[in-house]
Design a protein around this ligand. Structure first.
Ligand SMILES: O=C(O)[C@H]1O[C@H](OP(=O)(O)OP(=O)(O)OC[C@H]2O[C@@H](n3ccc(=O)[nH]c3=O)[C@H](O)[C@@H]2O)[C@H](O)[C@@H](O)[C@@H]1O
Length: 299
């Protein structure tokens, strides 16, 4: 029996990420996937589906901080609408939550049992607290109405087809290196992130959707890098001639982030396969093509 699925997307900037996720789903995993990107999930959606990938929300801090009211509406009203849809048609719904629910974590690495350290009134709160409310709504609908839910906590995803001007660190550094511009490391540069290649991420999401566990489950790559280390890797792999410049950071930037993926391994039999240096090269190829800057051939 064919399963009909939709994926939601609320903002143009996230559509790029969603697009390549969808592209990989269809081309690499050969699933039956009806892509239904509404212009705005804060409006009700009337479709008949079996599975809902609720991905909607701008994910780049620059974009979500640009319109915080719209961001939190997407997380709260958008999630309510998608849960309403799931209830009406009896669909299973997967929410892409985020490592941001752990805030600036005091536990390291982060397990799903950690409740987080989040500023409720800061400039990132529209996203962090928005996703926390979205998780709450998912579990309330599950307990009260018996909706089948799945929650993934995504840790920094990167890969080909990402918006070149997305503003997040991997796309920034790769575009800067290709253009021969200085890599902008935000201070202090010792803050860490764990970067997961998009194909690994999509594989994890699909296993979660089609498995038996509600989650929340961390989906991420435990390889942890400081932003200075990331810059050095990009420089070495893409353009050894570029410099690294230190720039001002933004409020509430988490100082460390690394997923404990024990649960994903046990429950989903999933772990990431692509190491950062391989993923960066795959992303470089795609960015070079779109920026029309071919790789220099050695003389
Ligand atoms: O994937 C996640 O877990 C979450 O992380 C992101 O937030 P963040 O990790 O802060 O994403 P970036 O903007 O890529 O920043 C990562 C680090 O790089 C630094 N950075 C960013 C941009 C830049 O040009 N240079 C630079 O050093 C930032 O200060 C930060 O410490 C977003 O909030 C969400 O997309 C997502 O849910």
């Amino acid at each position: 029996m064919k399963t009909s699925q939709i994926a939601t997307c609320a903002a143009n900037q996230f559509a790029q990420v969603l697009y390549f996720r969808h592209y990989i789903l269809v081309r690499e995993f050969h699933v039956n996937f009806t892509f239904c990107c509404t212009s705005d999930v804060t409006e009700p959606l009337l479709v008949e589906v079996d599975q809902i990938y609720h991905l909607a929300c701008p994910a780049s801090p620059i974009f979500y901080k640009h319109n915080p009211v719209k961001t939190i509406k997407t997380n709260v009203i958008g999630t309510l609408n998608m849960l309403g849809l799931a209830k009406r048609v009896g669909a299973r719904i997967l929410l892409t939550s985020t490592s941001e629910v752990y805030g600036d974590p005091l536990e390291h690495p982060q397990t799903e049992a950690y409740w987080g350290n989040v500023n409720p009134i800061g400039v990132r709160s529209c996203y962090d607290e928005g996703k926390r409310v979205a998780e709450t709504l998912m579990f309330d609908y599950h307990r009260q109405h018996g909706i089948e839910i799945r929650i993934a906590r995504i840790f920094n995803t990167y890969g080909p087809r990402m918006n070149i001007d997305d503003g997040r660190v991997v796309s920034n550094f790769i575009a800067q290196a290709i253009r021969g511009e200085a890599l902008t490391v935000q201070k202090p540069g010792t803050q860490t992130r764990s970067f997961c290649y998009v194909a690994d991420m999509v594989n994890g999401l699909m296993k979660l959707m089609n498995g038996d566990n509600t989650g929340p489950i961390n989906i991420g790559n435990p390889g942890e890098f400081t932003m200075l280390e990331l810059a050095e890797n990009v420089k070495e792999l893409i353009n050894p001639e570029v410099t690294v410049t230190m720039t001002e950071n933004t409020p509430d930037d988490p100082r460390q982030r690394k997923p404990d993926i024990t649960k994903a391994k046990e429950v989903l039999d999933w772990e990431p396969k692509v190491v950062l240096r391989d993923g960066l090269v795959l992303m470089e190829d795609d960015f070079r093509e779109r920026l029309a800057v071919p790789k220099k051939t050695k003389a």
